[in-house]
Design a protein around this ligand. Structure first.
Ligand code: BTN
Length: 253
């Protein structure tokens, strides 16, 4: 990554052709001593994974499929905050590089006109109630064309090229993301979650909108109201009850 302006993130980069998942490779690199900031990039993934056990469509040469190693010594329950921070960094870097109207759907999906263009999967390992390491897996559909998507994804997924009408240089976007992430991460480690939370709220396409989600106790429907200090989403239901959603997915209604 020539001209990269970060101090730590992306200073060690491992680039692959086809892999099963960059996440798997990043975990193995950490096990053999890879430091914070190590970045794994692949042209294609044969078993790209998404949140909640889903698959991630990762065709060759068309997207950014990458995993970033982080070692924040923070309590394990801070992980949702890092998830939201990742979404903010990604959203801001895309806004800097492309002309698209992009926003964040809780917790960390990036949408353009209601269609998903990028997703984030955080996998972590903890020790003594603190995080030992986190692998931030990021998938950005950059230069895919409509025909690169299987039929069933076309109504729900899109790419930066489809939406902006221009091909985007992947390296430029990777560098912009690493710089943005490094700045926000430093801000977070110094000042805590509050500044990140404000940035997230400003980029959200979820807040003040009617949503539906499934919890262990049944379906929750209401208006997404705000984020709390832990990163949970507060939903106000029809009868005025406030319910917190800590994990999972929401549907925008
Ligand atoms: C989601 O929205 O469900 C998260 C998708 C995350 C996909 C990325 S692509 C690079 C990294 N390697 C994987 O196998 N998954 C993540």
């Amino acid at each position: 990554l020539q001209g990269l302006r970060t101090k730590v993130l992306g200073q060690k980069v491992h680039v692959y052709g086809e892999v099963d998942s960059t996440q798997t490779i990043a975990h193995a690199l950490v096990a053999s001593g890879a430091p914070e900031g190590t970045l794994v990039l692949a042209e294609a993934q044969t078993a790209g994974r998404g949140r909640m056990g889903r698959a991630w469509h990762s065709p060759a040469g068309k997207g950014i499929w990458m995993s970033l190693v982080l070692t924040p010594r923070v309590p394990v329950y801070f992980l949702p905050q890092l998830t939201l921070l990742s979404a903010v960094a990604l959203c801001r870097s895309i806004q800097k590089v492309c002309q698209v109207d992009i926003g964040i759907k809780w917790p960390n999906d990036l949408l353009i006109k209601g269609k998903k263009v990028s997703g984030i999967l955080l996998e972590s390992s903890g020790e003594d109630e603190r995080l030992k390491y986190v692998i931030a897996g990021i998938g950005i559909s950059v230069n895919l064309k409509v025909e690169d998507y299987p039929e069933e994804l076309r109504s729900v997924a899109t790419s930066l090229a489809i939406e902006s009408g221009a091909e985007i240089k992947r390296e430029t976007l990777v560098q912009a993301f690493l710089l943005e992430f490094e700045e926000l991460y430093a801000l977070y480690l110094e000042k805590g979650f509050s500044p990140i939370r404000l940035l997230w709220e400003a980029l959200s396409v979820t807040l003040k909108r009617p949503i539906r989600t499934h919890s262990p106790s049944g379906v929750i429907e209401g208006i997404a109201d705000s984020l709390d200090d832990s990163g949970a989403l507060t939903v106000i239901t029809g009868n005025g009850e406030k319910i917190k959603v800590y994990s999972g997915d929401i549907e925008l209604r």
